[in-house]
Design a protein around this ligand. Structure first.
Ligand SMILES: Cc1cc2nc3c(=O)[nH]c(=O)nc-3n(C[C@H](O)[C@H](O)[C@H](O)COP(=O)(O)OP(=O)(O)OC[C@H]3O[C@@H](n4cnc5c(N)ncnc54)[C@H](O)[C@@H]3O)c2cc1C
Ligand code: FES
Length: 274
């Protein structure tokens, strides 16, 4: 008789670097004990012994298998503890779980990526992936918004993105300071300024619920078909494996059927913006 595999088993991963991204957001570079593979948009459960676990979408390139980056916004008990960790600490990772971004649907198209706040984390992984497949897309327009300049994350990476030939990058903040030279206002305002061929484009949205809602409504107003808008949904999760039911959204287990959904798949489900 073969012993059944423990589906909750983690692999060990050492924190090798901690990067301060904003006053409330840090990125953790982790080196797993063995190669770790995921598809962009899938998530992992990160465990801190004695404190608990929480789901996160890796923010690093899915093409990098020896290191993984997780960007964590301080939200409550577990994330507060994670923020206190230093290089050398061993964490647990299990996963990857769920359905990521359907990259094949993005090829031969113009891709519009709309991000807000810590929603840049999964989007960065997508941008790394699309940069590596640059020849397969027509162009990419990235619109990112945060409350203040201090809360804009991945500043060095933004500079890198601006060097990519097929990528255009626009940023906006709600409350500027004297150093800010880019747009001011809610991130959806950026959509009035960009040039994109909606009929030949797919859109991706990730950010806080209110931004996801108004971002999606704006995209619909621009003429995007419901099945060409991809949303990365966040619901409270526990098992990550379709067993506990914590993440139910109508007929879907967000952990298993998502977290990436097209808008037409979820639009009639209850509480999609909560
Ligand atoms: C698929 C998925 C991917 C995610 N990716 C990231 C990521 O890359 N970076 C990141 O910083 N966060 C991400 N999150 C959110 C992150 O999991 C929560 O912030 C975290 O679980 C909060 O745990 P806590 O113990 O610190 O907070 P708690 O003490 O449990 O709660 C603090 C507050 O956060 C809210 N909250 C708790 N869990 C969630 C949740 N899953 N989603 C939204 N709000 C929640 C609670 O309602 C409460 O208001 C993701 C969530 C999901 C489901
Ligand atoms: S988190 Fe347990 S079923 Fe989805």
């Amino acid at each position: 008789m073969t012993a059944s595999r423990n589906i909750y088993q983690c692999i060990k991963a050492e924190i090798t670097e901690v990067i301060d991204e904003s006053p409330t957001i840090k990125s953790f570079v982790l080196r797993p004990e063995r190669e770790f593979e995921f598809k962009t948009g899938q998530f992992v459960e990160l465990t801190l012994d004695g404190f608990g676990e929480a789901p996160f979408t890796p923010s690093s390139s899915p093409l990098e298998k020896e290191e993984i980056q997780i960007t964590v916004m301080r939200a409550g008990y577990v994330t507060e503890k994670i923020h206190q960790l230093k290089p050398g600490v061993i964490m647990g990772i299990r996963g990857p779980y769920g359905r990521g971004y359907p990259l094949d649907k993005f090829f031969d198209k113009e891709v519009l990526v709309l991000g807000g706040g810590c929603g840049f984390a999964p989007l960065r992984s997508l941008l790394y992936n699309l940069k590596a497949e640059e020849d397969k897309i027509k162009k990419l327009v990235f619109c990112y918004g945060s409350k203040t300049p201090a809360e804009c994350i991945y500043k060095p990476y933004i500079n890198e993105l601006r060097q990519v030939k097929k990528f255009e990058v626009y940023r906006s903040v709600d409350r500027p300071d004297e150093t800010w030279t880019e747009e001011v206002g809610v991130v959806t305002n950026l959509l009035d300024k960009i040039a994109i061929n909606v009929d030949d484009s797919v859109a991706v949205v990730c950010g806080p619920p209110v931004m996801m809602k108004f971002g999606t409504l704006k995209l619909l107003e621009m003429g995007y078909p419901e099945d060409n808008i991809y949303l990365s949904m966040e619901k409270n999760m526990s098992c990550g494996l379709g067993k506990c039911g914590h993440c139910m959204m109508g007929k879907y287990f967000v952990c298993k059927d998502g977290p990436v959904f097209s808008y037409d798949e979820v639009k009639d489900q209850p509480d999609i913006w909560q």
